[in-house]
Design a protein around this ligand. Structure first.
Ligand code: ATP
Length: 825
């Protein structure tokens, strides 16, 4: 709302300025006439004064309509078309001649519309329309204006045709179907205007079948246009229809052309400009064609492309003193931004779909082409819910990856985010130790004696990681704060992006963190909160534009030049998707080794790998730990009392966990050296236990299936599926087996769907002493806290996660449990 108000206010100011010029002209002409009427002896002087005023008006107008906007169009072109740096605010429509030999330009604001009203056969209307269109097309910075036209004849705009292949204009609509398509597009524009482009809706003539509802839609567009970059230029508006809102009318129906007040302004009491007006003539078609061809050529090579951000040769730079990357174009030139001691971390803000991921992806291509993997390591975490970094990891159809990437979190999970932050903190401590040993305190100095890559960790939508007040959020917060504060000295850099960058304020609100740690702020559309609250530089950005501020987001005095702040245009790398695809492939081909990044997808099931580690003490493998390399979550089977595992919770993953445990043990035994006793107490698990039995038997193991299971005397494993359904006591002497089994090589693995039966079967206690391993699936939080004797446990059951507790080591961790192949995620 405030934006609309200020747009309307600006519109009004510029209109009033134009109106004031005209009022002065009228007043001057009136004064001159009065002087003449009085047959004043000073008539000659009055004429001179009047000419002086007209000359002043002409030069004032010239300032508002420089170059193409105001110059006569039938002579040599006034300037290179499309080279303007600013959007036009006014455009000339003709000249006013208060005296036969003195004239000044008549100009109208581009924030309002232009309606031209003439007899059907009067060619002056279409000539004026073409003249205004030409001026606007030529004066806008190349490629920043789009033209949509409606022209029943289909021929009025042929001279502008070169704009069509350049994507700046479409074939004019010639009938009501085309008209409605154009109106729909303009309505969409008004709802979601681009700040990068202006839209000219040119109506050279309306189709004969146009009806009142079409006219109402056009009028509504005119009404809603101010502030959106949409301007209507309309010839042949039906005489009986209500006037278009916000328009200046040039009426050519009368003997003398009449120009009405511009919207929001007034020439005087009559409501029109009371001096003779000569509308601009039709511009020569050759000039129109040449302007459009040049604009089209500019446009094709106009917007920045990904290739502009990339070096000619891969991996030529050293990161010892910092990382540098071209992020886009500012004022037509490439703009380089650094991750270094002075600008260690960047913060990127922008509303949903403002191009944050695109901006970051550009930066990643720029960095990874300049620096080799020995100079740069990347950690990429996407909490935005998109698939932002998917292209950097192997996928089904595309085996390549970014060789610099160590970990890529495609579907975010706070546990994995914390794992990455912990790894970075460990790395930071290691580097700090190395610096101390070497007696240096800058990364650049440490690098003199050793090869060590700089690390860039990108966290898209980082507030998702820090939000909340649970232990995990607090730990992440502390880790980010530590990395922000100390990373610069050890070559560790953060790029944090968010829709609401304010979250980060709390990071540096703490005195010791210091706002200076985030000197680089990058505000995309809607990303003003990445800047200082008083800095409005990002209020008017379009897609593909950003404000880059290297002074912590601070603006400066109004009107002062800001050396620390640039407006940047950055490319859409997917505009030509084969370019990033080729770059990725080249980088991958040049990879120094075959280690692909660790890829984390929160919802993806984990499966028992075919090859397991060889260890002195046998372990069961139950899932993946949520650490950076997603290491195996194991439960070692020492021979001490209680080395058994209880899987708890009704989730069907309970059976899968026992299955993984059995298979992992089978893989560690030579055939014939272990006895597996399988006890399926619930019908639903029988397909699974049948497959398991068959596979273990095929591998040469001794397998007994029974619902009245007996424990082997030595070296055997009992797997009870759904023990809570077992009639009476499922396993004779279970408490004794639990206590004394392990020293005979006997271990029990049981899945109880309810906690009470588990307690009864294992000794009647809430936290049985003789089962050291607990894997909790969907066990309610309160029960879990009691079971583990930890009121601050904070375990919340969730899909595809289990809580693994080893009473003997005291370790409790969230794991991704192994699931049966084909188990839906
Ligand atoms: N420079 C650009 N030129 C043209 N289109 C662009 C440009 N940058 C981004 N876009 C387009 O804008 C859309 C949104 O971009 P992107 O996904 O990068 O935004 P985002 O802010 O990361 O979104 P989200 O809020 O989902 O995280 C995409 O369709 C993208 O192609």
């Amino acid at each position: 709302m405030p934006e609309e108000v200020s747009t309307v206010a600006r519109l009004r100011t510029s209109i009033e300025r134009a109106a004031a010029l005209h009022r002065q002209a009228t007043a001057a002409a009136d004064a001159a006439e009065r002087d003449l009427d009085r047959q004043c002896p000073e008539k000659v002087d009055a004429d001179a004064a009047q000419r002086g005023i007209v000359a002043d008006l002409a030069s004032a107008a010239a300032r508002l309509v420089p170059g193409w906007l105001g110059a006569p169009l039938d002579v040599a072109p006034p300037a290179v078309p499309g080279a303007g740096a600013q959007r036009p605010t006014h455009v000339r429509i003709g000249v006013a001649r208060p005296l036969d030999d003195a004239e000044f330009p008549v100009i109208v604001p581009t924030g309002g519309h232009l309606a031209i009203d003439a007899e059907p056969a009067d060619d002056r209307a279409i000539g004026l329309l073409r003249s205004v269109l030409l001026r606007l097309v030529a004066a806008h910075p190349a490629g920043t204006v789009r033209v949509r036209a409606i022209d029943r004849s289909g021929t009025a705009l042929v001279a502008f045709q070169a704009l069509i292949p350049a994507g700046l204009m479409r074939e004019p609509a010639i009938n009501d179907v085309g008209l409605r398509a154009v109106l729909s597009e303009a309505e969409q524009w008004v709802r979601q205007p681009s700040r990068r482009y202006a839209l000219l809706l040119v109506i050279a003539s309306l189709p004969g079948s146009v009806d009142d509802s079409d006219l109402a839609r056009i009028a509504a567009l005119a009404e809603q246009a101010p502030g959106t970059g949409l301007q209507l230029i309309v010839a042949g508006w039906p005489a009986g229809a209500p006037p278009l809102p916000y328009r200046t009318l040039v009426s050519l129906r009368r003997r003398y052309p009449l120009v009405t007040d511009p919207p929001g302004g007034s020439f005087g009491a009559s409501g029109s400009l009371d001096v003779p007006v000569v509308p601009d003539p039709d511009p020569p078609a050759a000039i129109v064609r040449s302007v459009c061809e040049r604009i089209a050529a500019h446009t094709e090579s106009g917007g920045p492309a990904l290739t502009e951000l990339l070096p000619d040769q891969l991996w030529q730079e050293s990161s010892a003193d910092g990382l540098a990357v071209i992020i886009g174009r500012a004022g037509g030139n490439p703009l380089t931004l650094r991750l270094s001691d002075l600008t260690p971390h960047w913060m990127v803000g922008g509303r949903e779909k403002s191009g944050k991921t695109t901006f970051i992806v550009n930066v990643l291509y720029g960095l990874s082409t300049r620096y080799g993997p020995d100079q740069l390591t990347l950690y990429l975490l996407d909490f935005s819910g998109g698939a932002g970094f998917e292209e950097f990891v192997p996928t089904g159809g595309e085996p390549s990856w970014l060789p610099h990437a160590r970990a890529v979190c495609v579907e975010a999970d706070r546990d994995y985010g914390r794992a990455v932050l912990r790894e970075l903190e460990t790395e930071l401590a290691d580097r700090a130790g190395r610096c101390e040993d070497a007696g240096v305190d800058r990364f650049a100095d440490l690098r003199k004696g050793t090869e060590l890559p700089r690390i860039v960790c990108v966290i898209d939508e980082f507030p998702a990681l820090l939000r909340g007040n649970d232990a995990l959020a607090r730990e992440c917060f502390a880790l980010v704060e530590s990395l922000v504060r100390r990373g610069r000295s050890y070559g560790i850099h953060l790029v944090l992006a968010s829709e609401s960058a304010r979250t980060v304020e709390s990071l540096y609100a703490k005195r010791d963190a210091g706002a200076g740690q985030f000197p680089v702020r990058i505000a995309l559309p809607g990303g003003s909160d990445a800047l200082d609250p008083l800095n409005q530089a990002a209020d008017q950005l379009g897609l593909g534009e950003a404000i880059v501020n290297t002074a912590g987001g601070l603006g400066g005095p109004a009107g002062a030049s800001r050396a620390h702040e640039r407006r940047v245009e950055f490319p859409d790398p997917y505009a030509e998707p084969e370019i990033p695809a080729t770059v990725r492939y080249k980088l991958w081909e040049k990879r120094p080794d075959d280690r692909s990044p660790w890829v984390f997808r929160a919802g993806t099931r984990a499966q028992l790998p075919a090859v397991l580690p060889v260890t002195t003490v046998r372990s069961v493998y139950l899932g993946r730990r949520i650490d950076v390399p997603l290491s195996l979550a194991d439960f070692p089977l020492e021979d001490t009392p209680g080395r058994h595992l209880a899987v708890l919770g009704p989730s069907e993953l309970g059976a899968d966990l026992l299955d993984a445990a059995a298979r992992s043990l089978a893989a560690q035994h030579r055939p014939g050296t272990a006895h597996f006793v399988i006890a399926p107490f619930v019908a639903a698990v029988e397909p699974l236990t049948s497959r398991l039995t068959a596979d273990l038997t095929e591998a040469g193991h001794q397998v007994t299936v029974s619902t009245s299971p007996q424990c082997p005397e030595r070296d055997g494993y009992l797997f009870g599926f759904g023990l809570d359904s077992a009639p009476g006591q499922a396993v004779p002497d279970l408490p004794d087996v639990l206590r004394n089994g392990p020293k005979r090589g006997i271990h029990v693995f049981g899945w109880w769907r309810g906690l009470r039966r588990f307690a009864e079967d294992t000794g009647g206690q809430a936290a049985p002493a003789d089962v050291a391993g607990l894997a909790l699936l969907n066990v309610p939080a309160a029960d879990a806290a009691v079971l583990l004797g930890d009121p601050n446990l904070g375990w919340q059951p969730r899909p595809n996660r289990a809580l693994l507790h080893d009473r003997d080591t005291g370790r409790t961790e969230v794991i991704i449990p192994f699931a049966q192949p084909g188990r839906p995620a």
